[in-house]
Design a protein around this ligand. Sequence first.
Ligand code: ADP
Ligand code: MG
Length: 240
Amino acid sequence: MIKAENITKKFGKQTVLKNISTTIQHGEVVAVIGPSGSGKSTFLRCLNLLELPTEGKIWLNKQEITDPKQNKLTVRKHIGMVFQHFHLFPHMTVLDNVAYAPQKVKGISKQEAYQIAKKLLAKVGLTDKEESYPNRLSGGQKQRVAIARALAMEPEIMLFDEPTSALDPEMVKEVLDVMKDLANTGMTMVVVTHEMNFAKEVADRILFLDQGKLIEEADPSIFFQAPATERAKDFLDKVL
Ligand code: ADP
Ligand code: MG
């Protein structure tokens, strides 16, 4: 579904992604892990063109999205993204947050957009918060709204950048549970996370980044039991 080939990203003189290549299959859940500053967010942002790779190509369903002729907004319609800090619209109710983009970007009717939004809010367990404003929600609730909002666009792939890192510990599970459910529906997901148990249980594959390089790409059972590199061993020693 996604193919990245020799992705290099430079910010000024700093090279933050070095020649990363990988392929993500339809329905696959890929966990991206690695130390802070290793390029995980930048890699994710390249996949939906929030950053443009300095070198290399990315394909989404056989279409090269890094082709300068591609319309970034058209590409992003197919890719949902959830951030660490939610980014909800503060002046809109929960229901409006979720129903907004399908109307604006996809041009579907108001009635249909609200139907979809209500269904998705039920799915993430927030029917009772439809009329609330984001500032009245807990972090876990906000993140579940953010997930519902991304899903409202019916994306083919969902990108998550440390979706639970800003949450109080007691709220992490409710968000991971929603993500697990989503994975079980067959959604293609790329998840940057420090939740090693989630990565172990839910991911089909681990990408381990260090200093901008893709150091290991492995099945979770192999990666967590017998990492192939010293760097991954060191990292796992620190976080597990
Ligand atoms: P991670 O998500 O693994 O913590 P990032 O992808 O956020 O890593 O960052 C990788 C490196 O790129 C860091 O050194 C960071 O400072 C740098 N970086 C990220 N975004 C920018 C930017 N917009 N401009 C300049 N440097 C950036
Ligand atoms: Mg990051």
